[in-house]
Design a protein around this ligand. Structure first.
Ligand code: G1P
Length: 298
């Protein structure tokens, strides 16, 4: 395949998780709809994919996720009311989410793990390389990561994962890479393990929720047996690719050093809200002032 063959236009966004860490808020609402300031988490993720040039998105959803589809659809009555009122700012914010990209949906059915969710994208993706963006992770738009990964994939034809250095006490929450040759922030990944105990982790480099994969990864996923937690793990399929690069290409990592928020975690969710809110034009200055006073109360 020429480098043109590794050009990516499709992204898969797994969004079928139950969001149990945010109960009771997520009892009747998908966790992806929790807002950071005034925009649902999932919209940040969709905007990131679009900003990296990906225009064809497939969301893997599940039961009780209809609001995701509603959010990215038009609401003619609302648009009409805002337009009659002449409230262009709000009208634009309502229209923005349904004009972002061509978004498709499929359901995961049985919740059998991230690898299984990605496998549900097989027929939509076809014989093309594709990106995977996990809905829980938000990468700050000021610190782009995906575009660098896509470029590396186009140049090398290898699968690419985003990696981040994380403290030892958090490493058990992630897929962790064992690395070989390093060139700046680009590394060769020689092994991966899903959620190891801190003492057994091969490094402090965790896979954060951004991947660029070759279509042959679907074949590997199809024969990947349930792993950690009895689920079909994407990490295990990538481990197989790293060890057998002749099947689906090797695996490389891009070490990301920017701002990333795990919105699946309560504390990180609040940090993300604050980090994003203090830079907002409408409320940033007032919030900064208030925070300065508030920090003295602590
Ligand atoms: C998933 C992946 C894990 C990865 C993480 C990033 O885990 O299985 O390898 O490091 O996302 O957020 P989850 O957070 O869904 O348990």
């Amino acid at each position: 395949m020429t480098s043109k063959g590794f050009r990516v236009s499709k992204a898969v966004i797994p969004a079928a998780g139950l969001g149990t860490r945010f109960l009771p808020a997520t009892k009747a609402m998908p966790k992806e709809m929790l807002p950071i300031v005034d925009k649902p988490v999932i919209q940040y993720v969709v905007e990131e994919a679009v900003a990296a040039g990906l225009s064809d998105l497939l969301m893997i959803t599940g039961r009780n996720k209809n609001t995701l589809e509603n959010h990215f659809d038009r609401v003619a009555e609302l648009e009409q009311v805002l337009s009659q009122k002449g409230d262009e700012k709000k009208l634009f914010s309502v229209q923005a989410s349904n004009q972002l990209a061509d978004i498709h949906y499929t359901r995961q059915g049985d919740p059998r793990g991230l690898g299984h969710a990605v496998l549900r994208a097989k027929s939509h993706v076809g014989h093309n390389s594709f990106a995977v963006l996990l809905g829980d992770d938000i990468i700050d738009s000021r610190d782009a990561c995906l575009s660098q990964m896509l470029k590396l994939h186009e140049e090398t034809g290898d699968n690419v994962v985003a990696l981040m250095e994380v403290p030892k006490e958090q490493i058990h929450l992630y897929g962790v890479a064992s690395i070989g040759a390093q060139d700046g922030d680009v590394v060769e990944v020689i092994d991966l393990v899903e959620k190891p105990e801190a003492d057994k982790a091969p490094s402090n480099l965790a896979v954060i929720g951004r991947y660029v994969l070759r279509p042959e990864m679907f074949d590997i996923l199809e024969s990947t047996q349930p792993g950690r937690g009895g689920e079909i793990q994407l990490t295990d399929a990538l481990q197989h690719a790293a060890k057998h690069p002749e099947i689906a290409g090797g695996v490389r990592g891009v070490i990301f050093r920017g701002r990333r928020y795990d919105t699946g975690d309560k504390l990180d969710f609040i940090k993300a809200t604050l980090r994003i809110a203090v830079d907002r034009e409408d409320i940033g200055d007032d919030l900064r002032d208030w925070l300065k006073g508030f920090s003295k109360e602590l």
